[in-house]
Ligand binder design. Sequence first.
Ligand code: OSB
Ligand code: MG
Length: 368
Amino acid sequence: IRLDGFELRVLHLPLVAPFTTSFGTEAVREVIIVRALTPDGDGWGEIVTGNAPLYSSEYTQGAWDVACRFLIPALLDAHTVAPEQVAPTLEPFIGHRMAKAGLEMAVLDAALRAEGRPLGEYLGAIVDRVPSGVSVGIQRDPAALVDTVAGYLDEGYVRIKIKIKPGRDVAETAAVRDAFGTIPLQVDANSAYTLADADTLAELDRFDLLLIEQPLQEDDLVDHAALAKRLRTPLCLDESIVSAKAARDAIALGAASIINIKAGRIGGYLEAVRIHDLCRDAAIPVWCGGMLETGLGRAANAALAALPGFTLPGDVSASSRFYERDIVTEPAVLENGHIAVPTAPGLGVGVDSVALDDFTVERVEVRR
Ligand code: OSB
Ligand code: MG
């Protein structure tokens, strides 16, 4: 597709309730929205960085800078760029995978809209809706957590994930298990532990969790492998899986028996399909993670989660889980515990330009 330029916006989207993880509390989601400008129409993408480098080393202003200074100029230097050429074109620039992913997503959306082809079909989706799990932040105390989880179960979410951190783990998991019996339940530590906490983490074994997600730090592959040997609960990696190469290494080391795929974290939806494929070959189940996406990222995540290797419910929740007002005209809704895979061309959702403008706090256009 021919690229005339890109528009980047920083948005501030108020969350329906503050979201607390082991690395902090967010009340407003700061996100970068990308618009690829082409003679055949616009394409939309989302850079999933947060305002501070707490989940990963990437953050809003870093992504903004690298995109404007290096990534976008490299794409504009190429006359026409197929979606498959975005990653190779940006490959000389180290890291910054979230920024790269958002740009690729916008190019992919523009190309597919121009072709009249839905993203799900392009990626290899085999179902028209995906089971919806919900990620629940750390609450005031276990009783408050039980109340919050009860609300999500009432709405129909088919799997609960609770965030944990040292000192807020065994009691909260016990409370949810005791209150709701054999529901599909998993925990996410966001790198808050070390191998010295193995005994505490092993206490979680008695709750029959689907998995424990990213207990140790991003670069702790060897320690994750050692920890996996001491747990009965399957160990799943999120932060550590920064690429298909990292996924291959983690599997080879025995550091993960399940992988959380987030297109934003690994440089885009095409790399996500590569991880899906290699995990399928290795019989490693995968699921689709989330980064508090707007309706744009949520639509793309639903398409990705519809691939055959996504055998566990993902964090692909309804727009209303995080936002009172979305920036798309067809926000994701929960129907019988599922989210529909969009069928219209590209991402399959339209942008609500009034909402987009209302939430925009910074805007730039980079043209050739
Ligand atoms: O670790 O999965 C995570 C949100 C922001 C950063 C990291 C994570 C999360 C979530 C929310 O758990 C997932 C979602 O978007 O529903
Ligand atoms: Mg996670």
